[in-house]
Design a binder for this molecule. Structure first.
Ligand code: EPU
Length: 435
């Protein structure tokens, strides 16, 4: 049997939880360490399987990576600057591996990175990354499934808007590629996500000349060289949002520490509409105290500062037990509804058509075995397990390990009844005899 979470629903969560560093900031920032020879140190990095995988990729690219010598610390020492190829075996495991493209190209003048392929969220192309890199003067070709970019960027104007909005990691890739280019790069319709701002600030600390980050126009003036830095990763706004929803769904009282309330307006606004009381205690502390059942409210996912797609399935979990019905519209990944059939297994009432779902809140759910279809779907299923009657088993939890640092430990400390049951491989009869 694979590893799983076993949850007994019905506990009210109370207490304090510390929010970890952001996965989606940490991964491109780890890749950005490739931009300078020597040792870059990142702090507040979450301990996740995706972080370990990125460390592995960086090792194949000439880095010595020390993971967590102290909590949250990752040291990346670039010792060999000759490798330029990120292999498909690793890239196919995690799309964020594609973030090495820009840094490799900028520093080493060449990058071969496998096209990531599809994933559980849908097709997820990389055309905007490729268009952006080509527009700033590098040559891009496709060779045996790899995107191959050659020649340090010379600068230019890039429009990064796609049908689904700007690309977050695409913006990061073009920004990194342009740092050591020879000219000026203007990125229009750039992603404004806080993770891009964190990356830009790290690059500036390394010596890059960047302005406009956090707006839809980023300007990068190429410099000759960057140097290693020690830099902090921002708090994970998606983890914070998930714990806020955990408080609301269990009608509990959770104080979140070390988070950034300034980047969470879309969820605050939704909570105000849903009658979920929340307050900012100080610049890094939030409290959600929700004794009553939430009221349903419609939700549309949008690029930042709109409602994040990564909180769509967790908020949908709350809608499943809220009072009334709500329309959920997914505008970033139209196919990001793989969790719907699993939610229904617990008794949720959801109708779905194209990129829209109608959720009718029910007053009780019943525990059942369910399977995570992606990281955030896994989080949503765990949230539902916390309120479903009886036992819920959440399978395929490797998805959850990719993006939540010690999720079950944090939930258990807040009073959840959740156990992680580890996979025990079956032994062959001959091994059993020998033992
Ligand atoms: N898109 C294109 N062409 C491209 C790139 C993207 O059409 O070249 C489309 C995508 O298919 C999607 C939309 O544009 O419809 C937005 O995709 P984006 O490129 O912004 O996504 P990403 O950069 O690959 C990051 C996060 C995701 C998060 C999205 C959207 C990282 C490592 N990943 O992905 O995080 O959902 O932005 O906010 O930063 C997660 O954490 O669970 C997760 C999936």
């Amino acid at each position: 049997m694979p590893s799983k979470y076993v949850i007994h629903g019905g506990q009210t969560l109370r207490g304090h939880v510390t929010i970890s560093g952001s996965k989606n900031a940490a991964l491109p920032m780890m890749a950005a360490a490739l931009l300078a020879k020597g040792c870059t140190v990142l702090r507040n990095v979450p301990d996740l399987s995706d972080v370990r995988l990125m460390a592995h990729i960086l090792e194949t690219l000439g880095c010595e990576v020390t993971l967590f010598p102290q909590p949250g610390v990752v040291a990346i020492n670039v010792v060999d600057e000759t490798p330029v190829k990120a292999p498909y075996e690793l890239v196919s495991e995690m799309r964020a591996s594609f973030c090495v493209l820009g840094p490799l190209l900028s520093r080493r003048g060449e990058a071969h990175v496998s096209q990531p392929g599809g994933c559980t969220l849908g097709e997820r192309p990389v055309d905007l990354h490729v268009k952006g890199i080509a527009a700033i003067g590098s040559q891009v070709t496709f060779e045996r499934g790899d995107v191959v970019a050659r020649g340090r960027p010379t600068g230019g104007r890039v429009y990064l808007g796609g049908a689904m909005g700007p690309s977050v990691t695409g913006t990061g890739n073009v920004m990194c590629a342009a740092t050591m280019g020879s000219g000026v790069t203007v990125i229009d319709q750039a992603a404004c996500e806080p993770e891009i701002v964190n990356l830009a600030e790290m690059l500036i600390a390394m010596g890059a000349k960047i302005s406009g980050h956090g707006t839809s126009r980023i300007v990068v003036e190429g410099v000759r060289e960057l140097h290693p830095v020690t830099f902090d990763v921002i708090p994970d706004r998606i983890e914070a949002g998930t714990f806020m929803i955990a408080a609301a769904i269990t009608r509990g009282d959770i104080t979140l520490e070390k988070c950034d309330p300034d980047v969470m307006s879309a969820l605050f606004d939704k909570f105000a509409e849903m009658g979920v009381p929340h307050e900012r205690l100080d610049a890094t502390t939030l409290r959600v105290h929700c004794p009553n059942r939430a009221k349903a409210a419609d939700m549309t996912t949008l690029p930042y500062p709109g409602f994040p797609t990564d909180l769509q399935s967790p908020l949908m979990a709350l809608l499943c037990v809220s009072e009334g019905y709500a329309l959920v519209e997914e505008k970033i990944y139209p196919e990001r509804f793989m969790h719907v059939p699993e939610y229904r297994r617990l008794g949720a009432e959801i109708r779905k058509q194209f990129n829209t779902a109608i959720v009718t809140g029910v007053s009780r759910l019943q525990g059942a075995p369910v399977a995570a279809t992606d990281l955030r779907a896994g989080a949503g299923l765990i949230l539902l397990g916390l309120v479903a009657e009886g036992m819920t088993e959440v399978l395929k939890i490797s998805h959850v390990d990719r993006g939540y640092d010690n999720f079950h430990g944090k939930l258990a400390a807040l009073g959840a009844s959740i156990q992680r049951v580890e996979y025990q491989p079956m032994r062959r009869a001959s091994d059993r005899k020998a033992a």
